[in-house]
Ligand binder design. Sequence first.
Ligand code: NAP
Length: 306
Amino acid sequence: MRNVAILGGGPAGLTAAIYAARANLAPLVIEGAAAGGQLMLTTAVENYPGFEEGILGPELMQAMRKQAERVGAEFVTEDVETVDFRRRPFAITTTSGQQVEARAVIVATGASAKLLGLPGERRLMGRGVSTCATCDGFFFRNRRVIVAGGGDSAMEEALYLGNLAESVTVVHRRDELRASKIMQQRAFAHPKISFLWNTVIDDILGNGVVTGVRLRNVKTDETTERPVDGVFVAIGHVPNTAIFAGQLELDAQGYVVLHERSRTSVEGVFAAGDVHDHTYRQAVTAAGYGCMAAIDAERWLQSQGE
Ligand code: NAP
C-alpha cells in the first residue's frame, strides 16, 4: 500500500516524485518500460533553465531520476497494464503482473508524437529528425528544413522555424491543409515557407545526420531526392491514456480533463504534464505541472486524514 503512486517517468512524473518524496509520502514511480519520456528522443536541450550550456535530453532525465531516488522515491521500470480507479485504495497492475495499491495516484503518462514510421526516422531521431521545433529549431538556424503534416501543429512548427531556418518546406499528403484558416494564412504569407502538395516522405536519408529526404508525389508516384538538414515531423500527438478509458474523463482527443487545478474526474487521482496539456508541451511546463500535482495530492491526502 502506497500513499502515492506516480504513473510515468518523464519530467512531470519525476518532478511529482521529488516533491512527494520530500513531503514524506514515499512515492512509487511506475516509470514505464521506456522510462524518461519524450526527452529521451532529443539531443541537446537548451531551454530548460539552470543549464547554461544546455544539457542532453537523456542526461537531464537521468539527473531528475537520480534526484528523485536520492530523496526517497522508488521505481518500477515497467508499463502499467491496468488501473482500477473505481475502488479505494486505487489498484494498479504492471505488465509483469505486479499489484500496487495507492491512496492517491498522479497520472503523468505523457503523450507521444505520431511518427511517419520510416526506417530513417528512428535512426536519425535527434540527429536532424525532430518532433518539436520549439525544442530543436535553434539548431537549424540558416539551414534547410522540411515539416511533415498539414494541421495546426505543422503550421505552428513551420512558422516557428520560419524565423530561424534558411528555408522551410511543408510536405503535405493532400492538396489542402487541415490547419485553421488563420494559421494557413500566416504560413502562406511567410516569405521563407513553401509547400509541396500531394507529397509524402518515403524515407529520410543520412548517415549519422540527416542529409536529405526521398519524396514521392502520391498522384504521379514520381520520387525525387531533396537535400535538407532537418525534418520536423508534425503529424499530431497521441496522449498515452488508453488504459484510463472509461475510468477518467478524457476529451475528444483523449487528453485527461482537469477539473480543479490538477484534479481529474476521480477524487484522489491527479494528472500532470502532456497527458492533459496539449498547449505548451514543454519539459519545463510538464515539470511545473508535476510539482502542482504532488502538492495537490499531499493536501488532498491530508484532508482525508491520511
Ligand atoms: P491534426 O489536426 O490531426 O493534423 C495532423 C496532420 O498530419 C494532418 O494534416 C494529417 O493529414 C497529417 N498526417 C497524419 N498522419 C500522417 C501520415 N502518416 N503521413 C503524412 N501526414 C499525416 O494534428 P495537429 O496539427 O497536431 O493538431 C491537433 C489538434 O490541436 C487540433 O485540434 C489543432 O487545431 C490543435 N492545435 C492548435 C494549435 C493552435 O491553434 N495554435 C496548434 C497545434 C495544435 P490529413 O490532413 O491528410 O489528415
